[in-house]
Design a protein around this ligand. Structure first.
Ligand SMILES: NC(=O)c1ccc[n+]([C@@H]2O[C@H](COP(=O)([O-])OP(=O)(O)OC[C@H]3O[C@@H](n4cnc5c(N)ncnc54)[C@H](O)[C@@H]3O)[C@@H](O)[C@H]2O)c1
Length: 435
């Protein structure tokens, strides 16, 4: 590519101008990290309110550390706007827009519209990187032709690569810097320059031979997790019927130093990655080979049964205490999809509560991160977590064990504690029932 040496040098020296399309969780994290690493960054988002707040220095994106955003803004190198036209001056453009499923099909319209805007302005000699999660072939077969529709040729006028974001919201051990990056380019030079860019913000970069391999690697990671969760969920149902403690079983298997990795059962699979990303694989398999991706579809089926299964077990636990679910006061603790984050997307908790509510239970809830929820069209406001609320409930249902919940206090106060996540260590407590 013409001007490749100039681009390579600018990226190496961190003197490149960067434009990041989409300022959600993924885009803002990368934008802030790049600015802190010394690069000049324009963060572009079509959401004018989000842009206004960020430009005023307010971090409105849950999960991205306030300290990182302030540090980046204080460098004076990070600016926000709604006009993707600023990409005209960028050496590196990164696309971090949503890729939702609509009626079980990938919706790439945000990538397509970002691509169209870029095609009109792309600077010759620039590098475009796609970070959104998607099915293999998107970068080369969907994004590339759109970018070329402005008359520029990939490999000759601009470079193109794919690098999936692998961040795990709320993970205190692994963040952007110490989670290795996977990068695959359309051409070797695209791979190399994209890898050089990421080495400024990530400790370890793994280069792959193609974009497709990098796209598939991301889907393998999330599918692996989803399938293994389904395995242990199904095992949990069998263990319960046999009077075996599934948590003890997983802990024991986990002592094997090779060939096993522990996964844990729970009320369902939440968040907007693990439940959704494997569908890209099953959708693509059906579309391109006519075959079902059996394991993905089966695992999804099993995981989808879990909220109803947990509700059934709560009904059974009440019954063992001589109570019916109809009219029972159930205090649910934790409704986000995982502990210590405020994200409700695809949270299984609401489905568990919906099933119990339909059977006549009187539901209240507490979550430090959530002020209100809607269960079967009924809006519930968060209750205070008082001794009275805990002891007055027929069942305290621990769905998401946020750090704010002190297990000892729950065991002491609750008449019946249903622990869906093995958060309460004490065994042999008649008032505690575990999934
Ligand atoms: N959040 C995660 O933990 C995570 C982890 C790995 C991968 N991903 C993937 O990364 C991608 C982005 O995820 P996210 O969580 O940051 O999404 P998000 O919904 O938090 O943010 C996306 C942003 O892009 C903006 N946007 C949409 N279309 C646009 C366009 N054409 N031009 C400019 N802005 C546009 C939206 O207004 C929004 O602010 C998705 O593909 C997601 O699956 C997310």
């Amino acid at each position: 590519m013409r001007s490749m040496t100039r681009l390579q040098r600018a990226v190496e020296n961190a003197t490149c101008q960067v434009c990041i399309i989409g300022q959600g969780y993924v885009g803002l994290s990368v934008a802030a990290a790049a600015a802190v690493a010394g690069m000049r960054v324009d963060g572009v988002d079509r959401d004018a309110e989000r842009v206004k707040a960020l430009a005023e220095g307010h971090n409105v994106v849950p999960g991205v550390a306030d300290s990182l955003v302030s540090l980046a803004i204080d460098t004076g190198r990070l600016h926000f706007g709604t006009d993707a036209g600023v990409a005209a001056g960028a050496d590196v453009v990164i696309i971090c827009v949503p890729t939702p499923l609509v009626e079980h099909r990938p919706d790439l319209s945000a990538i397509e519209s970002a691509g169209r805007e870029l095609a009109a302005v792309l600077k010759p000699g620039s590098l475009v990187i796609l970070e959104s999660t998607t099915y293999p072939g998107t970068t080369e077969s969907v994004l590339r032709p759109i970018l070329e529709s402005g008359g520029r040729r990939c490999g000759r006028d601009f470079l193109l690569a794919y690098s999936p974001e692998r961040i795990d919201p709320g993970n205190v051990k692994f963040g952007l810097r110490n989670t290795p990056r996977v990068v695959g380019g359309v051409t070797p030079e695209a791979t190399e320059i994209a890898a050089t860019f990421y080495r400024h913000i990530v400790d370890q970069v793994e280069t792959l031979s193609t974009c497709r391999a990098a796209e598939m690697a991301k889907l393998l990671e999330n599918t692996f997790r989803m399938v293994n969760i389904a395995l242990v969920n199904e095992l949990a149902m069998l263990c319960a019927s046999q009077g075996i403690d599934v948590w003890e079983v997983v802990r024991a298997a986990g002592t094997k130093p090779f060939g096993f990795m522990p996964f844990y059962p729970g009320p369902g699979v939440g968040g907007h990655c693990i439940p959704l990303d494997p569908t890209y694989l099953s959708w693509q398999s059906r579309r391109d080979t006519g075959r079902r991706f059996h394991l993905v579809e089966l695992a999804q089926d099993i995981n989808e049964q879990m909220p109803t299964y947990v509700a059934d077990r709560v009904v059974e636990a009440l019954n063992d205490q001589g109570k019916t679910v109809k009219g029972a006061r159930i205090l649910a603790l934790g409704v986000t999809y995982k502990p210590n984050v405020g994200d409700m997307r695809e949270s299984a908790s609401l489905q568990v509560l919906s099933a119990l509510h339909k059977r006549g239970a009187r539901i209240t809830f507490h979550d430090p991160y959530v002020a209100s929820i809607t269960v079967n069209d009924v809006r519930l406001r968060r209750s205070a977590l008082t001794d009275r609320a805990l002891s007055g409930a027929d069942c305290v249902l621990l769905l998401t064990p946020h750090a704010a919940y002190e297990p000892g206090m729950l065991v002491e106060r609750a008449q019946l504690l249903f622990d869906a996540q093995n958060a309460v260590p004490s065994r042999d407590q008649p008032s505690v029932v575990r999934l």
